[in-house]
Design a protein around this ligand. Structure first.
Ligand SMILES: [Zn+2]
Length: 557
């Protein structure tokens, strides 16, 4: 009779873990990584508003963390979806394929949304709320179009159910693209409701349903948004409250105080639009994320968890009032409090010493053109209606190659660029590159246009360097992209008749904050130039997982 094989317990455990090749995070790995994205957050906001922040938010991160003061996006099309897709994948739109918020599908010749997926209908819409458009097939949402792997995906690949990946935002694309392909839970807000899609789950969990049932957003109807500090403080930092070029939409005036009604006698789509423009939308998102930390037990699983949150209101208020407005300053001061409350919550629930926090932006924004011109009228600046460029492109193509055949056309405009219609090129026996060169020559005569690139020029462009051509190339994914791409001159923006926007390869659109805080982060100021594409490799190393496989950025510390 064989004696039973007896091993010391510790050795048995070691042998089992060796046999099972059970992945184990490094001893020093944080319990929870918190990734905070601020939509349209210019890096200089942390400097100009710094003296007015409280102690618990940005100032806490700055005092005890690592501040990479010169962090830039390195792709040219600086809009929300490409920026968020880069933050946790560490790769550019030329790889992850999210080239814009919308693009023309060259197979169907229809516009598609970056996170559109007809196979993944929305989950959580209230039955009593008529939202016919959002119930349409095109309203389905998933990361189907996202062609890269994120840090969260790496956590799930390595640890499986031992690690939880949670992502939330006011915007669908921000939440979905930060979360990646394998996220456990992804939520965003549509008309007052936090919801998800069938890609993630078939029903809302009870705590999200209860959060929605509180109708917290509707309770803001009729409330007043006024400045936190004395108006003179805002005058000194930002200039006058009422500035030329600001928008007044959805019942909001251009000056404080503002009434939050949407300009309608009850809850309405305009009310929800005004709410999204108000700093209260960041407050409610902060409350939602705090509930997630508690309800989803984030930071208390066997392996590291990841919490992603993207605050969209800074982008909305920027589009209306611009970077130099009282509204922007007040929104940043209030977001500072929301972030302070979130950090306090994470400290209570998990312990900040057990966490790593990283904060960045998806893009920046330019000044209102009116402000530039008021400073010195000779500086070229202005507003562009991109649709008016068609009146330059069409005659140029017709002069060179004749009119398009009956019932057809030469091109479809897609953002700042043109797709040439293959059937028309074939009918007129014109090579696409020859037509693209004609379009380029015509557009270069337009005063607000800085540069124009054709598909052939982009395909042979260098991948490295910080030239405008290299940045446009990193934004270019050939199967989805255009035959001609336009770059405007600085201080010209595609926004009429008022408001502000972003999307070009200039410092004000590219330069974003990059703050690190917590476990494994050496505190200090770092003046060297780094890329947002360095975030994913660095966070992967802190969490003890391989970097996303296509990421080529640097590990910052
Ligand atoms: Zn954005």
């Amino acid at each position: 009779m064989n004696a039973p094989l007896r091993l010391p317990v510790a050795f048995a455990a070691l042998a089992w873990s060796w046999c099972a090749a059970e992945p184990v995070a490094p001893l020093s790995a944080p319990r929870l990584a918190v990734v905070i994205a601020i939509d349209q957050c210019r890096a200089d906001y942390l400097v100009r508003f710094g003296p007015y922040f409280g102690d618990g938010g940005f100032r806490r991160l700055l005092a005890d963390g690592a501040n990479f003061e010169n962090c830039y996006h390195r792709h040219a099309i600086t809009v929300t979806a490409p920026g968020h897709a880069t933050i946790l994948s560490g790769v550019f739109p030329s790889t992850h394929g999210i080239t814009a918020n919308d693009w023309l599908d060259r197979d169907t010749w229809e516009m598609v949304n970056n996170v559109e997926d007809r196979a993944a209908p929305l989950v959580g819409l209230p039955a009593d709320q008529p939202l016919p458009l959002r119930r349409a097939p095109k309203a389905g949402r998933s990361p189907k179009n996202f062609l890269a792997t994120t840090v969260g995906d790496q956590l799930k690949l390595r640890f499986g159910a031992g690690s939880k990946v949670f992502s939330a935002s006011n915007k669908d694309r921000a939440a979905i693209l930060l979360g990646g392909k394998l996220a456990d839970s992804v939520y965003w807000v549509e008309d007052g409701t936090f919801l998800t899609s069938h890609y993630y789950r078939d029903a809302l969990p009870a705590w999200v349903g209860a959060f929605n049932a509180g109708r917290r957003i509707e309770k803001y109807y009729g409330q007043t948004w006024d400045r936190l500090l004395a108006p003179a403080v805002y005058d000194a930092v930002q200039g006058p409250d009422d500035a030329p070029g600001e928008s007044a939409e959805n019942g909001f005036t251009r000056t404080f105080p503002k009434q939050l009604t949407g300009g309608t006698p009850g809850i309405s789509p305009k009310f929800y639009a005004a709410f999204d423009n108000s700093p209260f939308s960041a407050v409610v998102l902060g409350e939602f994320v705090q509930a997630a930390v508690r309800e989803e037990q984030l930071g208390r699983h066997a392996d590291p968890d990841l919490l992603c949150v993207s605050f969209s209101q800074i982008d909305v208020v920027g589009h209306s009032y611009g970077p130099d407005s009282h509204e922007m300053m007040d929104s940043m001061l209030r977001l500072d409090r929301v972030i302070a409350d979130l950090l306090d919550c994470v400290d209570r629930e998990v312990g900040l010493k057990n966490c790593v926090v990283v904060l960045t932006g998806d893009h920046g924004a330019g000044p209102l053109p009116e402000r530039v011109q008021a400073l010195r009228p000779a500086i070229p600046a202005g507003r562009v209606n991109v649709a008016e460029l068609d009146a330059v492109v069409k005659p140029a193509l017709e002069a060179a190659f004749g009119p398009a055949p009956k019932d057809n056309y030469w091109f479809t405009r897609d953002g700042f660029g043109y797709h040439l219609r293959p059937s028309t090129l074939a009918a007129r026996k014109v090579r696409a590159e020859d037509a693209a060169q004609v379009v380029k020559t015509a557009l270069l005569a337009v005063p607000c246009i800085a540069q124009v690139f054709t598909r052939a020029e982009l395909l042979s462009a260098p991948a490295e360097g910080d030239s405008v051509l290299a940045m446009v190339r990193r934004s270019y994914y050939p199967p989805r992209d255009r035959d001609v791409v336009i770059v405007l001159k600085p201080y010209f923006m595609n926004k009429t008749p008022t408001g502000e926007t972003h999307g070009m390869p200039y410092d004000f659109d590219l330069h974003v904050p990059l703050l690190w805080f917590g476990a494994g982060v050496p505190p200090g100021r770092h003046p060297e130039r780094v890329g947002v594409d360095d975030l994913a490799p660095t966070l992967s190393a802190l969490l003890g997982v391989p970097r996303p496989p296509q990421a080529q950025g640097r590990q910052l510390f």
